[in-house]
Design a protein around this ligand. Structure first.
Ligand code: OOG
Ligand code: MG
Length: 264
């Protein structure tokens, strides 16, 4: 075992990522220094970070999927989805600018968000049983912010870093899942009035309900479930776009309305 292997621990990983976040300073890949960092340990770091957030008063409010679309997987060079936590401190109220002083290198991505009516616990959750637990569907824009320099990370790095959580906005339109076809729900992503990307819900694992089922089944392996009332961000539908100071970002959905925000 090398010296660095002996030095790294779940606690040290959690501390390093929280320090990078609170000082808004990027750091290098943890896996590059921690030889053999596996996914189970990465999720343990993610859980430790959550525990520290809760100890300082944040409330666990849901989960966010990462890398559920081919667009995102290709952009980040990681070919598997993963699950991370959302807290109340990550909510960006509609109309507020991107809080750039708290962030390192914010990027925006449009997402389909679910508000859960029922608890959803794996294993064995299917897209159909997942959708039956959903109360409302909303448009969302997530402002991700990796703690790693240049957004350069492995799957384990990203999982430890809570899937690059930053802040997120949800739209005011909330539809019942049976009132729209989410595979066909389209989104145009605009920066400064120019369309930079577009996708439909099918970009997310064929249907965002598949991402929801994946989240429930993956959480079951960690003895956790998706609780009633939680919000679930199902993952970026398109590439994430950098948010420059003063930029205007807008996501227009067919039935779920529009979300517009200023780069701050
Ligand atoms: C990691 C995952 C981000 C998503 O929706 O794919 C994520 C990243 O791209 O930095 O939230
Ligand atoms: Mg996201």
């Amino acid at each position: 075992m090398s010296t660095t292997e002996r030095e790294w621990s779940v606690a040290r990983g959690a501390r390093a990522l929280l320090d990078a976040e609170s000082s808004a300073t990027a750091r290098g890949s943890i896996e590059a220094e921690w030889d053999g960092l596996d996914l189970g340990t990465a999720y343990a770091i993610q859980d430790e970070v959550l525990q520290r957030r809760v100890q300082r008063g944040e409330v666990l409010t849901g989960v966010k999927l990462g890398l559920t679309s081919r667009a995102k997987q290709r952009q980040m060079g990681v070919d598997a989805p993963s699950v991370a936590w959302l807290t109340d401190a990550m909510v960006l109220p509609a109309g507020d600018p991107v809080p750039r002083s708290r962030l390192i290198h914010p990027r925006a991505e449009p997402e389909i968000a679910f508000v859960m009516r029922d608890r959803l616990a794996g294993p064995g959750v299917t897209a159909t049983s997942a959708m039956a637990a959903v109360d409302r569907v909303h448009a969302g824009v997530e402002i991700i912010d990796s703690r790693y320099s240049g957004f350069k990370f492995t799957l384990a790095d990203a999982v430890a870093d809570n899937n690059s959580s930053g802040v997120y906005v949800t739209g005011s339109v909330g539809l019942r899942p049976e009132d729209l076809d989410l595979a066909l729900e389209a989104c145009l992503l605009e920066v400064d009035g120019q369309v930079v990307s577009s996708a439909t819900g099918a970009a997310v694992q064929g249907h965002p309900a598949e991402a929801l089922a994946f989240a429930a089944n993956t959480l079951a392996e960690r003895d956790a479930a998706i609780e009633a009332g939680w919000i679930v961000l199902t993952g970026g539908m398109t590439d994430a776009v950098p948010v420059a100071p003063g930029a205007r970002v807008a996501a227009h959905f067919t039935h779920l309305g529009s979300i517009s925000l200023s780069g701050g």
